[in-house]
Design a protein around this ligand. Sequence first.
Ligand code: ADP
Ligand code: MG
Length: 192
Amino acid sequence: MIVFSSLQIRRGTRVLLDNATATINPGQKVGLVGKNGCGKSTLLSLLKKELSADAGSVSLPANWAMAWVNQETPALDVPALEYVIDGDREYRQLESELLVANEKNDGHAIATLHGKLDTINAWTIRARAANLLSGLGFSQPQLTQPVRAFSGGSGACALISRKPCCAGLICCCWTSRPTIWIWMRSSGWKSG
Ligand SMILES: Nc1ncnc2c1ncn2[C@@H]1O[C@H](COP(=O)(O)OP(=O)(O)O)[C@@H](O)[C@H]1O
Ligand SMILES: [Mg+2]
């Protein structure tokens, strides 16, 4: 569970949260609402460990994976499909290690890495990433378009943190208004 205890967060001289205490249990779904500038993003930055509390504490299990959608779409040249895959950091790490092992012709390392890649079902990662984007409404040609092509306006963008494809977490896209996307195991992504 996530526990906020007597939390205080300041930005400059402004106190955004003071003596705030709350517990979020596994399985609970929580919406954070508040007017612009009240500190919603700041609280999320705290959870992402980009900030620390000015007083009190926040705790969550160390082995929990975090996934989030950035507010801004980065202007990247990387194709949408590769960008989704980038979210699986373990896969990317193993992939780069395999490249090095292949260059060195290191049979032992190659075998070990193949075993690890097998374990995370790496060989289907492209198909799973394509399926995920397709469920979000991306057309086949769009999968190879750069992320920057989707910024702003009527575009759509998928932003991931950890293990997007493997865990079936994350991903978001919007047109002119924010859209909540919910992963439905049987039928792909639904918007709401
Ligand atoms: N990096 C920063 N440095 C100083 N003040 C900041 C920074 N980011 C946000 N703030 C201020 O903190 C307050 C809360 O911002 P934010 O958490 O982005 O609000 P919200 O997401 O609820 O709109 C605002 O007054 C904002 O100006
Ligand atoms: Mg915000």
